[in-house]
Ligand binder design. Structure first.
Ligand SMILES: Nc1nc2c(c(=O)[nH]1)N[C@H]1C(S)=C(S)[C@@H](COP(=O)(O)O)O[C@H]1N2
Ligand SMILES: [Mo]
Length: 251
């Protein structure tokens, strides 16, 4: 989309929201295929507008990267280690048998070990992880950009979203293809030069610096290419929208 047209649509969205309420803006967003999958229901219209305007304004934009001297002294760990037996068993073996399954709308489903993942080109980024509860930290994340894995698996053209799953059954999420293929979206196995600590999601975590911390799901065991989020799961996010977790958490 060229900038002129993008500006026009963005102005249209803002004007529609101001003049006739969010409903009109949602319709306009739908017309341009910019509806977030949680755009219906009482929390919906606001989400749709945020998603659509962010997409138009920030297409291809990069999350800010920081200097090494700006790295936080202590990478904040959100709460005590989870008690999930499967995670504890994997940790007891030093994560030697950790695997991720890549499946769904792909031509080559794959199962990859950590060693397999480390054979793909790696990338590092010094970015900010912000929790919706207000705290944040800056750290250097190292891992394989998700697009390398998706390219190797051969994502089919019908795939519109990527779902990702944790060994913690109640932690999973989905992102659109633009975020999935974004160069800063990585499957991270390293933090500040060492292995990714278990508290921060080790051995493997999706790092999505363009969205709030809760979209950076820890202990990743699966990546699934899907065409429709609403068909794939009953709820869009692991927690209901009343608890403050929007599907799109762009920052
Ligand atoms: N599997 C899993 N992933 C998760 C969480 C979790 O409890 N389990 N918490 C999320 C939330 S709400 C935030 S803010 C970040 C916190 O990351 P940190 O512990 O590295 O600070 O992880 C996200 N990913
Ligand atoms: Mo969070």
């Amino acid at each position: 989309m060229n900038t002129g047209r993008r500006k026009l649509i963005t102005t249209g969205l803002a004007a529609a929201a101001g003049a006739t309420g969010l409903g009109a803006a949602v319709k306009l967003a739908g017309k341009y295929d910019l509806l977030a999958p949680d755009s219906s229901g009482i929390y919906g219209p606001g989400e749709a507008l945020t998603y659509a305007t962010q997409r138009l304004l920030t297409r291809h934009s990069m999350a800010r990267e920081f200097r090494r001297d700006q790295i936080s002294k202590v990478p904040f760990v959100n709460g005590p280690l989870p008690k999930d037996p499967a995670l504890q068993a994997a940790q007891a073996e030093g994560f030697a048998n950790w695997k991720i399954e890549v499946k769904g709308l792909v031509t080559h489903p794959m199962t990859l070990s950590l060693a397999d993942l480390k054979r793909y080109p790696s990338a590092s980024q010094i970015t900010h992880l912000a929790c919706e509860e207000g705290w944040s930290y800056i750290a250097e994340w190292t891992g394989v950009p998700l697009h390398h894995i998706l390219n190797a698996a051969g994502v089919r053209s019908q795939a519109k979203y990527i779902a990702y799953h944790s060994i913690q059954k109640d932690w999973w999420d989905t992102i659109d293809m633009e975020d999935a293929l974004h160069p800063q979206t990585i499957l991270s196995y390293g933090l500040n030069g060492g292995d990714l600590p278990v508290g921060n999601g080790g051995p493997l975590r999706l790092r999505l610096p363009r969205q709030l911390g809760y979209k950076s799901v820890k202990y990743i065991t699966g990546i699934t290419a899907i065409d429709d989020v609403n068909k794939y799961t009953k709820s869009l996010v692991p927690a209901p929208p009343e608890s403050g977790y929007a599907w799109y958490a762009g920052i």
